[in-house]
Design a protein around this ligand. Structure first.
Ligand code: UD1
Length: 346
């Protein structure tokens, strides 16, 4: 991937909400490496201050950091007053599917109201460039596989997914009311892996919901065995198939999206960020065991409610329009996940 940005972009200051989180921290590293100036805000609701230090250590670069809640309009305005922000990358938000079913209000308030507060503040300060962290979850039950960006969205299966869908809608309405905005909506497939330094990665609190963190905890003897949710799907080995993408590839996609907004000046752009490859749960377990020389005991249990059999992206649009190519392999993803876990536990 080649980063194209003109000379006067060299001092562009980007506000990153949720920059200490899993995808946020990896993106901050890539942004700093690509020469952008950063201002990061995070309330550490699902991340740790160590991630902020790690971003500095990996890149050898410094940036302004505010520990704050992005719903706090007064503090948010202070950030815009104190810094000449050119564009925003918006990661902040709750993301646990199960929890969102239990506490929908928390999800709608934090994700949707929070985004509105941010957008309103951006408007007040004349900042009209935004990259939004969305998810393939907006496709609900996939209309077809592989998923293209023009597939039907909505019909989401949980409040978390619905918040992403609502925010996408809000962004579309804002753009239609004022076409001087430049908005890139990035729909992530299944981000896994960690930075090769092992200094940042995914570190969920408690028992993980997603496959890769669960496998990692089993491999690290923190959990006894993996439950595989169903082996009777219409897939090659009966287990669910997903499009796993290395978080560093995904992070680079944000830099490319930002460059696109700079180049086009305005517009509304939607991209799938995936690899276009589908791997089954058993593929994941076997690859993880082989690459890391560990055992991942598992048992087959019933299907998880709301799960689909197969989901993967058609990444053509992101490739053609952004030059986005996910270059890391499944082996890289498995190795880097384990490397991060081992380093953290040491
Ligand atoms: C889930 C979320 C999605 C979110 C994404 C983040 C749901 C319905 N969707 O997607 O909104 O954006 O995570 O990456 O939860 N599996 C097991 N055992 C486990 C965990 C998972 O067998 O302990 C299987 C699942 O059945 C699935 C695959 O592994 O086939 C991937 O699951 P997961 O990592 O939770 O991701 P998604 O369900 O694709």
């Amino acid at each position: 991937m080649v980063y194209l940005h003109s000379k006067d972009d060299d001092c562009m200051k980007i506000l990153v909400t949720g920059g200490a989180g899993y995808i946020g921290s990896h993106t901050c590293v890539e942004l700093l490496n690509a020469g952008f100036d950063l201002v990061i805000i995070d309330n550490f609701s699902n991340s740790k201050p160590e991630a902020v230090e790690a971003i500095k250590k990996i890149t050898g670069k410094d940036f302004k950091f505010y520990e704050m809640d992005y719903l706090n309009r007064e503090l948010l305005e202070k950030v815009f007053e104190e810094n000449e922000i050119s564009a925003v990358i918006h990661f902040a938000g709750y993301k646990a599917v199960g929890e969102s079913v239990e506490k929908p209000m928390d999800y709608y308030i934090n994700n949707v109201s929070g985004s509105l507060t941010l957008l309103n503040t951006m408007k007040k300060y004349g900042v009209k460039k935004l990259v939004f962290s969305s998810s393939a979850t907006v496709y609900g039950w996939p209309e077809k596989i592989p998923l293209t960006e023009d597939c039907h969205v909505g019909g989401t299966t949980n409040p978390y997914g619905t918040t992403k869908f609502f925010i996408e809608r809000i962004l579309e309405d804002i753009y239609h009311s004022d076409s001087t905005w430049g908005i890139a909506i990035l729909r992530y497939f299944n981000p896994i892996g960690a930075h090769e330094s092992g200094l940042i990665g995914e570190d969920p609190q408690g028992i993980p919901n997603n496959l890769m963190p669960y496998i990692t905890k089993v491999a690290s003897n923190e959990l006894e065995k993996l439950s595989i949710f169903g082996d009777d799907y219409d897939t090659k080995d009966g287990t669910g198939v997903r499009d796993y993408i290395h978080v560093v590839d995904l992070a680079k996609g944000h830099v490319l999206a930002l460059n696109k907004l700079e180049k086009e000046k305005s517009g509304l752009f939607i991209y799938n960020l995936g690899t276009g490859n589908g791997y089954s749960v058993l593929d994941m377990v076997k690859t993880y065991e082989r690459v890391n020389q560990v055992e991942v005991p598992y048992e087959i249990v019933g299907r998880r409610k709301g799960d689909i059999a197969i989901c993967y992206a058609d990444p053509t649009k992101a490739k053609e329009e952004l030059g986005f190519i996910a270059s890391k392999t499944l082996e890289d993803m498995c190795r880097d996940s384990y490397h991060f876990a081992r380093k953290k536990n040491r």
